[in-house]
Design a protein around this ligand. Structure first.
Ligand code: ADP
Ligand code: MG
Length: 256
């Protein structure tokens, strides 16, 4: 298995009180899958993502990628957050080249690669602008181009479109879906938005809070081309919604 989480537990101490952010979480992910971690605030989505990306150590259990225990962030993977993380003094092109510079890619090659990904995220013509001259959606596109430019194995995204307006969010969802398919990337995407998860995911990992745990893993039975207004789409969305309202305490197998 490409990514394997086994019995992962993570506890935090808050004001002297112990809090279980991950309670015995197990999950397997195949290469090339688009996985959404879905659940209400505080259910451990970011903690699980950070454990996978190597930013956070779990207390017990194991997190493996390609058979190797994750102990630190890897340069083979990238993480995209809600707040874009662009360098304000660099232009769009220079921001996209950032990771390539760390990888010591020669200048002319850097420029070619940067151009390819700036085009891919629909920002050609904006190369010389600085982040403050761009909208939030455009800034997030730069951040996505920068991540893709280093040709990562896995893209980790933590509510990347959370700060954007609904229309921009939908456009970026379409683009990230298309790009992830074209570039054949493995994507682990955190969201609290059911519709976003149904639109994007091959499988949805439904999580619950207190303690943070996986309630169910749902394979989305829709084609790759998804229509948000389609009957089948709305059916799946309602089924996931129902899942959050089920009282069942234990892990449930769920088929739609
Ligand atoms: P989510 O991303 O689903 O909103 P998180 O993974 O961020 O949830 O957090 C899960 C729980 O762990 C929350 O109750 C949060 O307050 C707690 N938590 C997360 N990070 C820390 C930390 N560094 N210190 C203490 N508690 C934390
Ligand atoms: Mg979070």
């Amino acid at each position: 298995m490409y990514i394997e989480v086994k019995n992962a537990c993570k506890k935090f101490t808050q004001e002297g009180k112990e809090f279980t952010a991950l309670d015995n979480v197990s999950l397997e992910i195949e290469k090339g899958e688009f996985i959404c971690l879905l659940g209400p605030s505080g259910c451990g989505k970011s903690t699980l993502l950070n454990a996978l990306a190597g930013f956070e150590k779990i207390n017990s259990g194991s997190v493996k990628i390609n058979g190797k225990e994750v102990t630190a962030p890897s340069i083979d993977n990238i993480t995209i957050f809600q707040n874009y993380g662009l360098l304000p003094w660099r232009t769009v092109r220079k921001n996209v080249e950032l990771g390539l510079e760390s990888k010591k890619v020669p200048k002319s090659e850097r420029e070619t690669i940067a151009k390819k990904y700036i085009d891919l995220v629909g920002l050609s013509g904006f190369e010389k602008r600085h982040p403050k001259q761009l909208s939030g959606g455009q800034q997030q596109r730069v951040s996505i181009a920068r991540g893709l430019a280093v040709d990562p194995d896995i893209i980790f995204m933590d509510e990347p479109f959370g700060a954007l307006d609904a229309i921009t969010r939908m456009k970026l969802q379409e683009d990230i879906l298309k790009i992830s398919r074209e570039e054949k990337k493995t994507v682990i995407f955190v969201t609290h938005d059911i519709e976003e998860a149904v639109f994007l995911a091959d499988r949805i990992v439904v999580m619950m809070a207190d303690p943070g745990r996986i309630k169910s893993v749902v394979k989305v039975p829709l084609s790759t081309h998804r229509d948000r207004t389609g009957e089948d789409f709305l059916y799946v969305r309602d089924k996931i919604f129902e899942l959050f309202n089920l009282k069942s305490e234990s892990y449930i197998e769920y088929y739609i």
